[in-house]
Design a protein around this ligand. Sequence first.
Ligand SMILES: [Zn+2]
Length: 124
Amino acid sequence: MSLIKCPSCGKQISNKAKACQYCSLSMHYDKDDLELLKVMKYRQYRDKMYRLKMWSYTAIALALFGIVPMVWSYVEAVGYGFNASITNHWGVNFVVVGFFIYVILRVMMVITKRAYTQIKSASS
Ligand SMILES: [Zn+2]
């Protein structure tokens, strides 16, 4: 019995093992299985990026939901000759929260992308 490196997770396993004990990859894999594994990882990555992107659009929509009535009230107030202040409108909260969520999502997208690039370069 000797130790071999699992092609999926890179951990040391017995060459007699039927499957990797860490990631449960079958050791009767062939080239197609490895390709499939890569495709699966790519799909996971793509789906996660897609979800993050959709949420970031939601965050932008949230900010717009605040901006539009803010600008509307401002224009209206100026039209009536008031000295309007735009920053104490309730819409500011939406803008701040929406922008905050958007920034977090962008950071998560960068982290996800970096993690995927590492997996990709490790398995090829
Ligand atoms: Zn493994």
